[in-house]
Design a protein around this ligand. Structure first.
Ligand SMILES: [Zn+2]
Ligand SMILES: [Zn+2]
Length: 176
């Protein structure tokens, strides 16, 4: 887990800060995530009146599948996050606090651990493009034989023509 003990920060004055470096494997966060390296970044915790404001920025290289040619490729995604976490227990008195209005992912545990897993997971999933492309001009697959047109033409699509393979096939049909 990507977690930090914030007991001392919670006991300290409002405005107090702690800075941490992130360097974590995030593959376990979600089956959709296929990182090729660790997530790297920085996070700052700021003591607020009610809890801890978390501000962070991180990046990670993910393996994605190109939506046109279905080839795996690596793309770096960056996430920026800012959210306020709230303690479950008053750090000074030890009493339970009313946190019924707080999202569970934003609760600091009874042992004063602030867990970033869910926040980072959500941000990473949002950062993945809906239709990943291995390159902006990926030629995709031939709709007839499935040949990867980035590797050269097939008998259905000639090299001279450019554009979406479906149109090329249509042109060839019209030429006949
Ligand atoms: Zn592609
Ligand atoms: Zn073909």
């Amino acid at each position: 887990m990507i977690e930090f003990n914030v007991a001392q920060l919670l006991k300290g004055p409002i405005g107090g800060t702690r800075d941490f470096e992130l360097d974590d494997d995030v593959g376990y966060l979600d089956p959709e995530l296929h990182p090729v390296k660790n997530l790297v970044g920085r996070v700052r915790f700021i003591r607020t009146a009610q809890g801890v404001l978390v501000k962070g920025k991180a990046h990670v290289s993910l393996e994605l599948i190109c939506s046109r040619c279905l080839t795996p490729f690596t793309q770096e995604v960056e996430i920026v996050f800012e959210d306020e976490f709230r303690p479950t227990i008053d750090p000074l008195t030890g009493y339970f606090l009313d946190v019924s209005d707080v999202e569970p992912a934003l609760l600091i545990t009874k042992r004063h651990m602030l867990v970033l897993d869910e926040l980072i997971r959500e941000k990473l999933l949002l950062a993945i493009p809906m239709k990943p492309l291995c390159s902006p001009d990926c030629k995709g697959l031939c709709p007839i034989c499935g040949h990867n047109l980035n590797e050269g033409p097939c008998e259905h699509v000639t090299q001279k023509k450019s554009g979406h393979p479906a149109w090329l096939v249509l042109e060839q049909l019209l030429e006949k």
